[in-house]
Design a protein around this ligand. Sequence first.
Ligand code: ATP
Length: 253
Amino acid sequence: MKSSTPERRIGAARSVGIFGGTFNPIHAGHLAVAEDVAESQGLDQILFVPSGRPPHKPDEAIPDARRRLEMIRRAIAGNRRFAVSEVEIRLRGPSYSVRTIPILQKKLGASTRLFFLVGLDAFLEIPMWHEPERLLTLCDFIVIYRDIPGGFAGVKKLPYPVTVDSLALAELDRGTRSSVVGTLPGGREVRFIRSHDIPVSATEIRRRLAEGRTVKYLLPASVESYIMKHGFYRASKTKARSFSAKRLTVKTR
Ligand code: ATP
């Protein structure tokens, strides 16, 4: 039975992108970017890793981790390059990436090259995560452009040195370049890339659902019907759900 778990299925893959997040819910931005990055960066697999239940979170703040997991399962069904890991959901305690990555590396085998996939917004918040500098030594990184104030220039303001050409980063921000490779403190590779610019967020989806508005095409129909069936993010319970789940996650990662 063990051989059928997602981590085992992808055991033979040589390059795996680890895509962590709350996925509350998973949406078209996550999916389109993951597919594009797998292709452009030559990754054999993308492993979605939903975070466990963040601590200090009101019970109703986000659907149970199992339901977020189920939404991912539905979203990636039929894509052989995509898989999902329950590792953070199964672990007791907060979801720390410094804990998760070594577990995945062990499962996938030492010869598998891991890339931690993060949006630029998340990458710039890593200093607030648990043991950030150690995290940056655990695997290579792929940082995906997000339209945020300052753009890639924020990389140069991090409290640790990231070696990368500033002019190339500015070109990325302008959209006249699609990628640049740099080095993280400790020597790991970091690739800054542009991908699809799909400005959808889980926050926006939750807000629209709370307002009774359509979310059609913002996420897969199979996920939308699951949300509707269970009434996730409905207005009556959205006071708590309107919290930014990402912020909660970032503080614990
Ligand atoms: P929320 O709105 O609740 O903060 P989110 O939509 O940002 O959620 P997360 O689960 O927090 O989704 O994100 C997981 C990862 O996906 C992060 O690295 C984030 O930068 C990235 N991401 C989220 N939305 C997009 C998007 N539209 N395009 C590219 N990357 C995205």
